[in-house]
Write a protein that binds this ligand. Structure first.
Ligand SMILES: [Zn+2]
Ligand SMILES: [Zn+2]
Length: 227
């Protein structure tokens, strides 16, 4: 196995560079991943443009799927060869007051992938084991990657909403998140209204499962939803 790997990193705001980096061993509590797919999220622009506090250079990418190829010391519950995903939240600490209350999302010591640590625009990345999720065998890496940020954002919004199957759900904007939200909402049994500017998106929205399409450039969406 090569001692170097290729990465696309941001060297300063707005400037990408393809570089070869030396392979490093994962530290305590970390795993090393051979990246198979990395989604591109709009928040990556915050890394590229430096609107997050970035220590340059930084490799963006927080929708990452790959296989574990090395375990750091103390890592339990994960094995070399397992296919895993890494999202924006880089892994909870396990000891802060939020973690102790089971509220891992609000961990006070959580790093953000691709902002505080290098992300998935690379052949290899290092990740905290507490931030990993398992990827089912029947889901391809390319299909799974966008679910690590855009997918879980929309899925959690829907499953934590008080709306029940049969209720009307409106998805505003059919982009990176919205095109997933429409599919989830349809499969969860909601009546789905997709809202976007212009008539061009109507075909896509219907194909994704929307029952209704509202062109917000031609119609007042609030009035259309109440009609
Ligand atoms: Zn994201
Ligand atoms: Zn914590």
């Amino acid at each position: 196995m090569s001692a170097m790997y290729k990465a696309i990193q941001v060297t300063k705001p707005g400037e990408f560079a393809t570089v070869m980096k030396p392979l490093v061993d994962p530290g305590p509590g970390q795993v090393r991943i051979r990246v198979e797919a990395s989604g591109v999220c709009h928040s990556d622009a915050g890394t590229v443009e430096g609107s997050f506090p970035i220590s340059w250079p930084r490799v963006p990418g927080h929708e990452v799927v790959g296989r574990i190829d090395a375990l750091g010391s103390g890592v339990q519950g994960w094995a070399v060869g397992q296919r895993v995903g890494v999202g924006f939240l880089g892994g909870s600490c396990g000891y802060c007051e939020f973690c102790r209350n089971g509220d891992l999302v609000n961990c006070l010591n959580q790093e953000f992938t691709g902002i505080h640590s290098d992300g998935g625009y690379a052949e290899v990345m290092i990740a905290k084991a507490t931030g990993l999720v398992r990827i089912p065998d029947d889901l391809s890496s390319a299909d799974a990657a966008p679910l690590l940020c855009a997918g879980l954002t929309t899925f959690n919004a829907l499953r934590n909403a008080p709306a029940k199957a049969g209720d009307l759900v409106a998805v505003l904007g059919i982009g990176g998140l919205g095109h997933l939200a429409v599919q989830y909402a349809r499969h969860m049994g909601f009546e789905v209204a997709a809202i976007a500017r212009g008539s061009n998106t109507a075909v896509l929205a219907k194909k994704l499962g929307a029952h209704h399409y509202i062109d917000s450039a031609a119609t007042d969406p609030a009035a259309a939803l109440q009609a």
